[in-house]
Design a protein around this ligand. Structure first.
Ligand SMILES: Cc1cc2nc3c(=O)[nH]c(=O)nc-3n(C[C@H](O)[C@H](O)[C@H](O)COP(=O)(O)OP(=O)(O)OC[C@H]3O[C@@H](n4cnc5c(N)ncnc54)[C@H](O)[C@@H]3O)c2cc1C
Length: 632
């Protein structure tokens, strides 16, 4: 079949909600000359004008939306200042300027106001058209039905483990974790299982096999297109309960597993045929953003899959330490942790989001025109990329910071007594060129982990119902995991619990390059993300859904109502790992060296804690604000 004919069958030409033809055009890495920044930097939301002022409802390419990173890339490439001209002084003066309106930046403003008082003047800058950073909201409308989903940050993970500071923020915002025990319908999917999709390019044949993880492995594997030998091999790994490192103590085993990848564990320790690896390759994608070649066997043992679809094979007979029981993965607002960001904004900028409770925030519509009002002590300025933050004078004696940023193509400056950089570590050396070299080096060490969270609004979920599945693991496909959205009804939002209702599908893609070192895989993955147009994601996911759900009659052309590709080129904070990183003492870690206060500038964000979690973003904001409050 020709490509245009195939595209037609997939429904590529059909109107879907707010199709945005301008978005998704690849901007090659490093191609932007400084002469171009004025034009490109002003790339505010495009597409349907009615949704342009309401970013959560924009579809197609979101996350790092097109246009949002061009100024930052020109800064990185050293081309920005060549033709930047003289900045316009806004003559605005604040107590604090925060760079980054993610959870960390919003929390920094929150802590600062809490301690400096309600009159404290704070400006928050962010390069995106929406606030929340990774904690972003996706909205869809299918017919009259509103569907919500998380554009990035999914859930409040293990809230009992949050620090007292982070727990305090949740409490102040009115978030009661126990509410989710009722709001999250833990029964809705209880009769639905997991399937594995074997694609013909990897496994020689397209075949969807339900019952993964719920039927005995030999039975499940007997239905797959794998050879008898591989079926026996994989079944053996799951069932033989053998100690593959006999004679070693528990500590010695853990030390050994910490130094080998899970792939090496399977082939060299469990002596599995290397041909089993493609089946397991993407098991680690959701948590580590790389495959099993680059994740330690110990980390796999300690982190069984969040979604409950599969566990790691080979550990059952190893007599390793007992894993602590974790809290259930249910602390999920219908838009994920975007609700935390929205509750912070509601508190910081009165009138921006109506309501008072964790329930009513779910359906409340944010008024983006209220975010940056001169009358408000706290202002959030979106579509504004900071390009410089400098102490006015010697860092040790400075009393003021000047921050330059580009907004709508204009280079502007504002001043403040303090500045918190709650963006991400990799950009800080370009913003603060005067930082000591070892600190810059430390800030560059971690490489943020790229992810694609694709959300597909479908007109009904009958295909999943017919197949009795909730999720599909697809180790060889473009998206390696597909799942019906988290079943949460809260406030005025009712989850689509009937199969004939519209639903949001979550599809995960991790753009890594197996075989390279972990940090290199992340760099390559990021280039892939930035260079891939929306149409490629769309074509691939339409094709994949058709092939996976064929037997249940799913038709992408008919059944897809809207698509949002949440592109997180700078995704999870880099976390240190026994396989890829030296064994540092706590104070030697690059995140600690990198986050050192620099006069009136402090560094927050989750990179500063080298941990990709909401609570870490909050904790780091708290530390950064304390540093600055002591300095003033
Ligand atoms: C896909 C995904 C899923 C996740 N799921 C979970 C989860 O379920 N639970 C959990 O606890 N954690 C999760 N995390 C991690 C969590 O989202 C982060 O740890 C946390 O939200 C990071 O917040 P932050 O404010 O430090 O950074 P960010 O959210 O990255 O916010 C920083 C903001 O600063 C902006 N910025 C950068 N440079 C500039 C500049 N020069 N000028 C202006 N603005 C700038 C960025 O664009 C961004 O908007 C997830 C992360 C991702 C990517």
């Amino acid at each position: 079949m020709s490509q245009p004919q195939h595209d037609r069958e997939l429904g590529m030409g059909r109107p879907i909600t707010r199709r945005d033809f301008l978005n998704g055009v690849a901007v090659g890495v490093g191609v932007l000359g400084s002469a171009g920044f004025r034009k490109l930097a002003s790339a505010a939301p495009t597409g349907d004008p009615s949704s342009a002022s309401y970013p959560p409802a924009l579809t197609d390419m979101r996350g790092s939306q097109p246009g949002s990173f061009d100024v930052a890339h020109a800064l990185r490439d050293g081309t920005f200042w060549e033709n930047a001209g003289t900045p316009e002084d806004t003559h605005e003066s604040y107590d604090l300027i925060v760079v980054g309106a993610g959870i960390s930046g919003l929390s920094a403003a929150y802590f600062f106001r809490q301690q400096a008082g309600p009159k404290a003047r704070v400006l928050i800058l962010d390069n995106h058209d929406d606030f929340g950073g990774h904690a972003r909201r996706n909205e869809f409308r299918v017919g009259n039905r509103l569907l919500l989903s998380n554009g990035g940050t999914q859930s409040i993970e293990s809230p009992s483990d949050y620090s007292e500071v982070a727990k305090g923020v949740l409490k102040d915002l009115g978030i009661e974790p126990k509410v989710f025990y009722k709001a999250y319908d833990q029964k809705l999917y209880s009769h639905l299982g997991s399937a594995c999709f074997f694609d013909k390019e990897t496994f020689g044949e397209d075949r969807l096999v339900p019952g993964m993880g719920s039927t005995p492995w030999p039975d499940f594997l007997s239905k797959t297109p794998l050879s008898d030998k591989l079926r026996r091999e994989i079944a053996r790994l799951y069932t033989e309960k053998k100690d593959y490192l006999p004679g070693l103590s528990r500590e010695e085993k853990q030390a050994r597993l910490a130094k080998i990848s899970y792939a090496t564990f399977l082939t060299e320790v469990c002596k599995a045929d290397p041909a089993v690896l493609p089946f397991f390759q993407s098991y680690t994608h959701d948590l580590f953003a790389v495959g099993i070649d680059a994740v330690s066997a110990l980390a796999c043992y300690r982190n069984p899959d969040d979604y409950g679809g599969y566990q790691y094979a080979g550990f059952d007979g190893m007599s390793l330490s007992e894993l602590e029981k974790e809290e259930p993965y249910i602390f999920h607002f219908p838009d994920g942790n975007a609700s935390i960001a929205r509750l912070l904004v509601r508190s910081l900028v009165p009138g921006s989001i109506p309501g008072h409770t964790m329930e009513d925030v779910v359906t409340a519509k944010a008024d983006y025109s209220r975010l940056d009002q001169p009358s408000s002590p706290i202002r959030i300025r979106l579509n504004s990329t900071a390009v410089r933050a400098r102490n006015m004078g010697e860092p040790t004696a400075a009393k003021e910071v000047e921050v330059a940023y580009v907004r709508e193509g204009k280079l502007q400056t504002a001043k403040a007594k303090s500045c918190v950089l709650a963006c991400y570590n990799g950009i800080v050396p370009y913003l603060c060129t005067e930082l000591p070299e070892p600190q810059k080096e430390a800030l560059h060490y971690g490489v943020k982990e790229p992810f694609i969270y694709t959300h597909v609004a479908i007109r009904n979920w009958m295909a999943f119902h017919k197949l009795s599945i909730r999720q599909v693991v697809s180790p060889g496909s473009y998206h390696c995991f597909t799942m019906l959205d988290f079943p949460v009804s809260l406030g005025g939002y009712d989850f689509p619990s009937q199969p004939d209702e519209p639903m949001v599908l979550f599809m995960l893609r991790t753009p890594c390059q197996p075989g390279l070192a972990r940090r290199e895989q992340y760099r390559m993955g990021r280039y892939e993300l930035i260079g891939t147009p929306f149409s490629t994601f769309e074509r691939n996911l339409r094709d994949q859904l058709n092939r996976m759900l064929l037997s249940a009659g799913f038709d992408s052309a008919r059944d897809i109502a809207a698509i949002t590709v949440n592109r997180w080129a700078h995704g999870y904070a880099y976390e240190y790992d026994s396989l890829s990183d030296p064994l540092w003492t706590p104070d030697e870690r690059p995140c600690v060296i990198g986050r050192k206060q620099f006069g009136r500038i402090s560094i927050a964000n989750s990179d500063a804690g080298a941990s990709a979690y909401t609570n870490v973003a909050i904790d780091q904001a708290h530390r950064a604000v304390q540093e600055q409050l002591k300095a003033t």
